[in-house]
Design a protein around this ligand. Structure first.
Ligand code: FES
Ligand SMILES: [Fe+2]
Length: 363
């Protein structure tokens, strides 16, 4: 049966966006690698679905997630990343310990004990070295949801990827689903990435694969990577000649390539405002290389190449965002052989959000 892409309303309508934010707040959101928080006291402030969160490794070594909002006048407390034993609110200096409790408040010392104020704490889980946060206390654990992904990733031995980098980009004026979709499908490579990705990667037809929570695209490399003496024993030539792109719904994409993995999580702030957190992890420094090259890249060349790829995808998203408002804009069919991941993303959305608009229901 022919299925169409999502209608303009799915990308533009504020009520649809509100239902997506509610969904995101019930889901596990990837906020980085455990090695991004290597030191005790390492923290990172994250904002997703309009919720300010701080992920913080406490002095006992445990990773925790708190609401990043001051219990005084509700200012956001921490910004960016850093290492700290205490976090102080920049407004009036109320100071919190790494169990979330208020420990100091200028001119209000007498209030601290009777008020017993704490930052709300959220669930956090580590999975294959990735850190996930969930604001829903009743959420199922992440492991069983991603069991099949875990077995596909087992040969890479991700727990041994100890080198990690991370960054973030300011909001792009596009809907978050456009940015997820362009991150998942490889159908656009020959056109959007004709000089960067297309010479090295091609998409192949993907059979239905996900279980409703994730999807994967398979991209054969033009040339296999050479085996290395310290490769994990379970890695085969098939792994060396293939890049896999996983969509971990709703907001995260993983791209795995033998000895390095690149991830990004979309941070929807409004229906047409999407920021991004991203990072990479690798078995060691040698695995940081531009696609198609065997040798490691220096950091600045690699970052410039990544920024070019990101710019190519963002430009494609902005062109769609501009087209969505056209009077005659109508979504065409999903090309199942090349865009199966979009089909599965749509199944996820319609399964999770009642009455989600599809082309089939929006006439
Ligand atoms: S709002 Fe944080 S100290 Fe006043
Ligand atoms: Fe792309």
């Amino acid at each position: 049966m022919i299925r169409h892409n999502l209608p303009p309303r799915a990308y533009l309508d504020e009520d649809v966006f509100a239902s997506e934010q509610a969904l995101i707040l019930r889901e596990w959101i990837c906020v980085g690698r455990e090695t991004d928080f290597a030191e005790r006291g390492s923290y990172c402030a994250v904002m997703f679905a309009s919720q300010p969160i701080v992920v913080w490794r406490d002095q006992s070594g445990r990773l925790r997630a708190f609401e990043n909002v001051c219990r005084h006048r509700m200012s956001v407390i921490a910004e960016g990343r850093g290492v700290a034993k205490y976090l102080s609110c920049p407004f009036h200096g109320w100071t919190y310990a790494d169990d979330g409790s208020l420990r100091a408040a200028p001119k209000a010392a007498d209030l601290i004990a009777p008020m017993n104020l704490k930052l709300p704490e959220y669930r956090i889980e580590c999975w294959l070295g990735f850190v996930f946060v969930n604001l829903d206390e009743a959420a199922e654990p992440i492991g069983p949801r991603l069991a099949a992904v875990e077995s596909m990733l087992a040969p890479y031995e991700l727990h041994s990827f100890e080198y990690s980098t991370r960054g973030s980009t300011p909001a792009v004026a596009a809907n978050w689903k456009l940015m997820l979709e362009v991150g998942l499908e490889s159908y656009h490579f020959p056109f959007v990435h004709n000089e960067t990705l297309a010479p090295n990667l091609s998409g192949v037809p993907n059979p239905p694969c996900g279980n409703g929570n994730w999807t994967v695209s398979v991209e054969p490399r033009a040339r296999s990577l050479a085996p290395r003496a310290d490769d994990p024993a379970a890695l085969t030539d098939a792994h060396r000649s293939t890049t896999y792109t996983f969509g971990i719904f709703p907001c995260t994409v993983f791209n795995i390539d033998v000895d390095n993995i690149v991830w990004f999580t979309l941070l929807p702030n409004a229906a047409d405002q999407t920021a991004m957190m991203f990072g990479s992890a690798a078995r060691d420094r040698r695995a940081v290389r531009i696609l198609g090259e065997d040798e490691p890249s220096n950091e600045s060349d690699y970052l410039a190449w990544s920024a070019r790829l990101g710019g190519e995808d963002n430009a494609a998203c902005l062109r769609v965002q501009a087209g969505l408002r056209a009077r005659g804009a109508r979504p065409g069919p999903i090309v199942r052989q090349a865009e199966n991941c979009l089909y599965e993303f749509q199944d996820y959305l319609t399964g999770a959000i009642p009455n989600y608009p599809t082309a089939e229901t929006s006439h």
